[in-house]
Write a new protein. Structure first.
Length: 388
């Protein structure tokens, strides 16, 4: 039996061993997921996705959402005396997103009223039993096929058995069943933070988080890739090495590199002068792969580095604190990224994102408590695509 350990506790213990974890990783019901009145969600910019009309497609995050789904952190056993601060951050993030698109927040039935009071009336709180706030990893990965949204259930197992999550392991099935969304089965075990796509058939993945015996024992990378292409509808997988066993996610891609447009990726970069560690070496490896990579359309990737803030100027603290800007979330009308307290670095990150999303408001959000738990804004959110 695996000992239950919080994401936060595990990260602190690793940092104590000398690992610097700077590069980790209103509303209607969901009944209308495939309704014709949702706005069109065409990829932008450039071209149609491979596969033709009706083919399965994993859309890009910058496409229009039906809504964003989040989770209410439930247990003091996980967060201890930091739980009120974490809940404050989750509520603040939910409110920021709900000002621009519908937000559904899952909460344990007995915590629903308290969550609603904290988040306000703009956020729809639904009674679904959850364990923690990491909705990116526990919800299905939503794809489009035949004019409908479907959900790929990647069999969440507590990040490779590192935590026992009895409720979170059922969230994907519960959400799909509750709202009548077709479940796509797969033998793969993975989390939503493992995957990054351009919406045009290209998938970025860290090998460490998926080709790993704690999730997919006995499966080769080629076997995993074939299954990913089948269930997600992608045609090109770009593999990055990642890092095994140094954080609870085994180095999800969403704290390393992100698409901001077809053919353009942002890449995490350590603050100058930071000591070399497994995370900076992982970024170096990714840089080497990405500079020579082409996407599903044959286009060479442009790599833009986004530097972390000065660790001496950030307002958050803790051995597990994640100070990577990569874990931002692209909403339908806004882009939400952490505000760490290094004014120059925060502004630089906002300006870079503004270049690629000129039609969206860039919304800095203070999430020090969430970041101290080993995650970020992207980890705490999950987009559901809108269909036209």
């Amino acid at each position: 039996m695996t000992t239950a350990v919080s994401r936060r506790t595990l990260m602190r213990s690793l940092a104590g061993a000398g690992v610097l974890a700077l590069g980790l990783t209103a509303c209607n019901d969901l009944d209308d997921l495939d309704a014709g009145d949702a706005a069109s969600a065409s990829p932008q910019p450039g071209g149609t996705a491979p596969g033709g009309a009706g083919a399965r497609r994993f859309g890009a995050e910058w496409e229009k959402h039906l809504r964003t789904v989040m989770s209410w952190p439930a247990s003091e056993n996980v967060w201890g005396d930091q739980l009120p601060d974490v809940r404050r951050d989750v509520a603040g993030l939910a409110q920021a997103i709900a000002a621009r698109e519908p937000v559904v927040l899952m909460a344990r039935p007995e915590q629903k009223d308290a969550a609603q009071k904290a988040c306000g009336s703009a956020v729809e709180v639904v009674p679904i039993a959850v364990d923690d706030l990491w909705a990116r990893d526990t919800l299905p990965v939503f794809v489009e096929e035949g004019g409908k949204v479907k959900g790929v259930d990647f069999n969440f197992n507590g990040w490779g058995g590192k935590q026992q999550r009895g409720n979170d392991s059922k969230v994907a099935r519960t959400v799909l069943a509750k709202y009548g969304v077709e479940r796509v089965e797969t033998r793969l075990v993975a989390e939503g933070g493992s995957f990054e796509t351009d919406g045009q058939g290209t998938l970025l993945v860290t090998e460490s988080s998926v080709v790993n015996d704690n999730r997919n024992p006995g499966m080769s990378r080629d076997q995993v890739e074939a299954e990913l292409k089948k269930v997600l509808g992608v045609t090109k997988v770009i593999w990055l090495a990642g890092v095994k066993g140094k954080d609870i996610t085994d180095a999800h891609v969403d704290c390393l590199t992100r698409f901001v447009a077809p053919g353009v990726v942002l890449l995490d970069q350590a603050f100058p002068g930071s000591p070399a560690d497994v995370w900076s070496r992982s970024a170096d490896q990714a840089r080497g792969v990405l500079k020579d990579a082409v996407d599903a359309t044959g286009k060479k990737l442009q790599v833009v580095e986004l530097q972390q803030p000065d660790p001496d100027k950030i307002t958050g603290r803790g051995d597990a604190f994640v100070s990577s800007y990569m874990n931002f979330y692209i909403g339908s009308k806004g882009v939400y990224l952490p505000k760490f307290g290094d004014a120059r670095a925060d502004d630089r990150a906002q300006q870079i994102l503004k270049q690629y999303f000129p039609g969206r408001e860039i919304v800095p959000v203070k999430i020090d408590a969430i970041a101290a738990g080993g995650g970020g804004i992207h980890c705490a959110t999950h987009d559901i695509p809108a269909l036209g």
